[in-house]
Design a protein around this ligand. Structure first.
Ligand code: SAH
Length: 337
């Protein structure tokens, strides 16, 4: 089929980085399904291949273990060079602690460039999937409705001081945090260290939820608190969601408020005194700049008050206020009311 013209295959090869979502058929996207159907070769971790077993019948299937990620990427590239379409499957999204990064590293190392219409070009398509933080959140309420971040506790490729610094910064900055790779048979202490760092900044009763095997047959959800979480059953297939200082649990649902209560009365919907619908909060950027300018305090004093760098405050104060643009009513798209 792939009779070569010179050294080049007649059909350009392709690498598809397919995010399978959480691992149920219902949450596999139509494009992910089509990409697997279109592929000549499927490469991935055994468990994920099993998830799409019905789609891979009659295709070349290369099963790899967890630690062979670079091998998987190299193998995909080798096949693509032969004109094959290769699907590299990841759970969740391939770009979130998945195969997308290592694949590009391998491709760039081998001198690959994005297709430019030359023979032998290899196309790369990334097919997004819902990541564990999306799917775990969906099972427990609305924990990620305000600023959040993901941190992996795996120190297989990342030095612990780097992980600890990020945990500390996220805890201090009051992000909701999704912990990926929280614990394995060998890595059992990392979750306790994460807890220790968080407890320095957050209340012991901060809501935490541990979601294991979301949307898979062995799904398990456990609500707990920051001071109790390290004693809970946590494993390789768990994601740990830690709430921020406003997150609450009610009727078995974990919710992080979006901030509407800062501007509106939640019972009546009325706008609070000093606030305007569709406008920045009175303590938004403009209001805050007015306040600090009128405060008579030095940037150094304000730096202590707000926990921000004095240089930043000095620079912001020095810049002239922005003129209001007539008719510049703010959009009120979802999430910007
Ligand atoms: N690419 C994946 C993440 C791979 S790292 C994604 O986007 O979701 C592996 C980690 O992901 C696991 O240790 C766990 O923390 C999380 N994870 C993946 N699938 C999960 C699921 N179905 N339920 C809970 N956590 C999951």
């Amino acid at each position: 089929m792939n009779s070569a013209i010179g050294n080049e295959p007649e059909r350009p090869g392709k690498i598809m980085l397919v995010g399978l979502g959480p691992g149920s058929n219902d949450h596999l996207t139509a494009r992910a399904r089509a990409a697997i159907a279109e592929a000549d070769t499927i490469i991935g971790y055994v468990t994920y291949i099993r998830l799409v077993a019905d789609l891979v019948v009659g295709k070349e299937v290369i099963k790899k273990s967890m630690t062979e990620e670079l091998d998987r990427a190299i193998e995909a590239y080798e096949r693509a060079k032969q004109g094959k379409k290769v699907a590299l499957v990841s759970s969740g999204d391939a770009g979130v602690y998945g195969m997308a990064g290592p694949t590009f590293e391998v491709l760039f190392q081998a001198g690959w460039t994005p297709p430019s219409g030359q023979p032998g070009d290899i196309e790369v398509e990334i097919i997004p999937g819902a990541s564990a933080l999306n799917t775990c959140a969906a099972l427990v309420g609305a924990p990620l409705t305000h600023d959040f971040c993901a941190i992996s506790l795996s120190d297989l490729l990342t030095p612990w001081p780097v992980i600890a610094k990020r945990l500390n910064a996220a805890a201090e900055a009051d992000f909701v945090v999704a912990l990926y790779n929280p614990k394995s048979g060998r890595r059992t202490r990392q979750i306790r260290e994460a807890q220790r760092l968080f407890l320095a900044h957050r209340r012991p009763d901060t809501p935490v939820v541990i979601v294991k095997s979301a949307y898979r047959p062995k799904q398990r959800i456990e609500f707990t608190t920051l001071d109790q979480m390290a004693g809970c059953a946590i494993g390789m297939l768990s994601t740990v969601l830690i709430g921020n200082s406003n997150t609450f649990v009610r009727n078995g649902l974990m919710v992080t408020p979006r901030g509407y209560a800062n501007k509106y009365r939640v019972d009546s919907g009325d706008t609070r005194a000093g606030e305007q619908a569709g406008r920045s909060l009175s303590t938004g950027l403009d209001g805050w700049l007015e306040t600090i300018r009128a405060s008579g305090k030095t940037p150094e004093q304000l730096a202590v008050r707000y926990g921000l760098p004095a240089d930043y405050i000095a620079a912001a104060m020095a810049e002239a206020p922005e003129a209001e643009v007539a008719g510049d009513s703010e959009n009120t798209e979802e999430g910007d009311a």
